[in-house]
Design a protein around this ligand. Structure first.
Ligand code: HEM
Length: 516
């Protein structure tokens, strides 16, 4: 059989076709291989470079290491490398550099273009898809300059709201009554915070209360769902997730509810000379921008506040109540202190009365020492390379964090750390120097008190949160007996989800109104 050669006039034979296809395929594969190599180089080279730059740092454990929980990993790491910088490779593949307490002060004041809080939040919160605001400049400014200075003036209003919220959400409890206290606290805290965020009418509106109680839950559900996707799937599938649709829907409802109120207030300011500006965050946000930012943007900031304020406060208060239910011996000293402080302040829970409650403050602080909300704190991403005073270079892109929970169990900072000592801080404050007094408060932020973070981004809402929690606790302690159900005496164990440690939801405690 003659071999057929392909010419322009001839139909190609099967063999030459095969050859052409093969050559074409080979080219395509070559191109694909080069593209893949470039992709791998672009994607992994910075990571590889970082690894080389961090090579001197000991790596404690990988995600597949022998230690089971993230908390255990951080605690064991602390035992081994407490005073030095070390690295933990977390299950999400982050190179996380753990900073010892001694090196924290030199990082405290670095600006965001060197060591960034928003950039640390970006990947954690899947910001590319959730679109939540990582820069909270407007909110932070309004909290620091308007809310915190107004706290003593607003205290009576907030205290009245606490009473109203208790009446609304707690049953009469004339006899021992079993309550899902976490659920109740979400509603109570949403209403009280709402009074300060959006004013007296809206904070009682069922639509606002529903948004306030659920926004954080929907956001966290969406983040978890996105994290379950493979990285390459995210751009295509993230927006179609049912959890994301729920998130977008609640954001839309918030904008629809808040938009007309912002417009109404702007109109009133323009047209009504007798209009009195309300004292709430909504107004402070409007004032700070002289109406220059769109109403939808204010709604966005309000959602950011809801996220920052409500579940953090509720989780903290739930931790305290789960503990109160198993420490009945603390109830009388606390009750006596609250009554004395009220007697000295005209029978009211004034700001000054709250400041005088050293035992209550100490109890709250000790609960959080034993039941921290997170294994780590001060999470930041390095933007410009930093050389630490020990000579270690931290390259751009690296995440740093501090093992806050492990610090709380360090004998050097907290003697007998395994003992729950409710008056640990009040004893120091009563007998110590002014510095001891200042460094041992619930709202203190420093290298060994990390509930509210550390440095320039430390929680600006902590003064409001502390007052709110104290007002709720003072009412509960004055008016109720508290115990565990079914004669139990063990505290509910907290549950760990990644770096978070939260009180188990859905658990009950018993309340009975005190007979006077
Ligand atoms: C017990 C309740 C609360 C806890 C445990 C808590 C905790 C925190 C933590 C850990 C941070 C990050 C700090 C850092 O990394 O250095 C933070 C930031 C923040 N918190 Fe709170 N928070 C609470 C209540 C509140 C409240 C009531 C508000 C609002 C009134 C608020 C507003 C904020 C804001 C706006 C930020 C971001 C600060 C910034 O970007 O500079 N928080 N909070």
């Amino acid at each position: 059989m003659k071999t057929q050669f392909n010419t322009t006039n001839q139909r190609p034979s099967m063999a030459s076709l095969d050859m052409q296809v093969f050559t074409g395929l080979a080219h395509t594969m070559q191109t694909a291989a080069i593209a893949a190599l470039i992709f791998v180089a672009v994607t992994f080279a910075p990571k590889l470079k970082r690894r080389i730059q961090l090579a001197r740092i000991p790596v404690f454990a990988t995600s597949k290491g022998a230690v089971q929980s993230t908390r255990g990993m951080f605690q064991e790491g602390y035992q081994k490398f407490k005073d030095s910088v070390y690295m933990i490779i977390t299950p999400d593949g982050e190179d996380s550099v753990i900073i010892p307490t001694a090196l924290m002060p030199e990082l405290r004041k670095l600006p965001d273009d060197v060591l960034s809080f928003p950039k640390a939040v970006e990947r954690l919160m899947e910001v590319e898809y959730t679109k939540i605001a990582t820069e909270a400049k407007l909110a932070v400014h309004a909290i620091k300059s308007d809310l915190t200075p107004a706290l003593s003036r607003l205290n009576a209003t907030i205290s009245d709201e606490v009473d109203a919220a208790m009446r609304q959400y707690l049953p009469s409890c004339d006899d021992w009554t079993e309550l899902d206290i976490n659920r109740k606290l979400i509603d109570i805290v949403t209403r009280i915070s709402g009074r300060v965020f959006v004013g007296p009418e809206l904070c009682q509106d069922p639509e606002y209360l529903d948004i306030g109680a659920n926004y954080t839950i929907y956001l966290m559900d969406a983040i978890r769902a996105i994290k379950r996707l493979r990285p390459w799937q995210k751009p295509f599938l993230a927006h179609r997730l049912p959890e994301m649709k729920k998130l977008r829907a609640i954001e839309k409802r918030a904008a629809e509810q808040l938009r007309p109120i912002v417009k109404e207030r702007l109109e009133a300011e323009k047209n009504d000379p007798n209009w009195q500006k309300p004292e709430d965050m909504m107004q402070w946000l409007i004032n700070r921008n002289a109406g220059a930012i769109p109403a939808d943007e204010i709604a966005h900031v309000q959602l950011g506040l809801i996220f920052a304020a409500i579940h953090t406060t509720t989780t903290t208060a739930t931790n305290i109540l789960y503990t109160l239910a198993v420490t009945p011996e603390c109830m009388d000293p606390l009750r006596e202190e609250i009554r004395n402080a009220m007697n000295e302040n005209g029978g009211q829970l004034t700001s000054k009365a709250l400041q005088q409650m050293l035992k209550l403050d100490s109890y709250m602080k000790e609960v959080i020492r034993v039941h921290a909300l997170s294994v780590s704190s001060f999470m930041r991403r390095v933007v410009k390379g930093i050389t630490l005073s020990n000579g270690q270079y931290l390259p751009p892109g690296v995440m740093i964090e501090v093992p806050g929970d492990a610090v709380y169990s360090d004998e050097a900072f907290y003697p007998s750390p395994n003992t729950f000592d409710p008056w640990r801080s009040s004893d120091i404050r009563q007998s110590g120097t002014p510095t001891d007094h200042a460094r041992n408060q619930f709202v203190t932020t420093n290298e060994t008190n990390l509930l509210f973070g550390y440095g320039r981004h430390a929680c600006p809402g902590r003064f409001f949160a502390a007052n709110e929690i104290k007002l709720i606790l003072a009412r509960l302690i004055l008016d109720y007996e508290i115990k565990m159900p079914n004669g139990e005496s063990e505290r509910y164990a907290n549950i760990e989800i990644g770096r978070s440690i939260i009180p188990a939801p859905g658990k009950t405690i018993m309340l009975k109104r005190v007979e006077i």
